[in-house]
Design a protein around this ligand. Structure first.
Ligand code: DON
Length: 305
């Protein structure tokens, strides 16, 4: 498989696309991003990194951070996490509150906002938000092997000023004692984790441990093989919210999207792929990112099915 030629074809095909989706506007800072951009990076299990398009342009990773936050939380509390967060697709939008009342404040999975807020509460672990945020930043830098990764403070401030739904979710779960720290501290940590800025190159590198059965490519282990498999399983079943079934149908690779327009996709044993294009489809997932992964899966045969 000539991945360089494939990337060139994908970049050319995406440049021709006219349906480019709509940039997220509920976080005002994200609405400023130019929708015309598209980037892709593929880190392979044999140690290559191939890139195309705007692969060096930084973007807000947003919900993709939930994968790294989940990895950290499982490292802290292990399977006890599942007493507080489920492992089922929600069938609802990423920011929905409807199931929380019927399900006693236990979110369906760690990738919807409610679940990620519980994970942020676990990761806070009695510390100040700056300690948890520092730990998260060190973790993604270690995974990507790149100390240049930063938090975009304007994006964090923008979401802090307008994150009414997340405030509602966090307060609601606090009423069930499933958020245990003060809500403003948990959300401060969560909003900063979402505001981490990475480019496709850094994101593909950061995802390598999930294609390598939990191993860090430079040596050592990030998570056990079974934990890596389970995180990938959750990405496949819950990584695109109420469009997770459609993503599995069209692409067939575990993937996690973010409203910044990025998607991290993992082909176990083969590749960690990052795509980015800021225009979103109606489910809140990158329109061109999904199309690009569909083309990539078709041409490589990398669907896990
Ligand atoms: O909490 C939020 O709404 C955002 N910080 C993250 C949401 C997100 O990325 C959903 N993904 N498609």
């Amino acid at each position: 498989m000539d991945l360089t030629a494939l990337i060139d074809d994908i970049v050319a095909a995406m440049a021709r696309e006219t349906e480019r989706g709509t940039v997220a506007s509920y976080i005002p800072e994200l609405a400023k991003v130019d929708a015309g951009q598209f980037g892709v990076a593929i880190a392979t299990a044999d140690g290559r990194l191939l890139t195309g398009g705007d692969a060096d342009t930084g973007f807000s990773i947003q919900s993709i951070s939930k994968v790294f936050a989940l990895t950290l939380a499982l490292g802290k509390v292990g399977d006890q996490l599942w007493d507080r967060v489920g492992r089922e697709p929600s069938g609802n939008a990423f920011n929905s509150i409807v199931q929380l009342e019927q399900e006693h404040g236990i979110p369906r999975n760690p990738f919807i906002n409610a679940g990620a807020i519980v994970v942020a509460d676990v990761n806070l672990g009695g510390h100040q938000p700056r300690v948890a945020i520092g730990e998260m930043l060190r973790f993604v830098r270690y995974l990507a092997g790149d100390d240049a990764i930063r938090i975009n403070e304007e994006v964090a401030a923008s979401e802090t000023a307008t994150g009414y739904r997340n405030m509602a979710l966090a307060n609601y779960m606090r009423a069930f004692n499933n958020v245990r720290h003060p809500v403003d501290l948990v959300l401060g940590s969560y909003f900063h984790q979402c505001a981490i800025e990475m480019n496709c190159r850094q994101l593909a590198l950061a995802g390598r441990y999930l294609m390598l059965d939990g191993r860090h490519p430079e040596g050592g282990r990030v998570v056990s093989p079974s934990r890596a498999r389970r995180i990938n399983a959750l990405m496949l079943t819950c990584g695109h919210y109420d469009a997770s079934g459609d993503f599995a149908f069209r692409v067939g690779i575990p993937g996690k999207s973010g409203v910044g327009g990025g998607i991290l996709a993992i082909v176990p044993g083969r590749a960690a792929i990052a795509v980015w294009s800021p225009g979103l489809n109606t489910s809140g997932n990158s329109a061109l990112g999904t199309k690009a992964l569909e083309m990539l899966a078709r041409r490589t045969g990398w669907s896990v099915f």
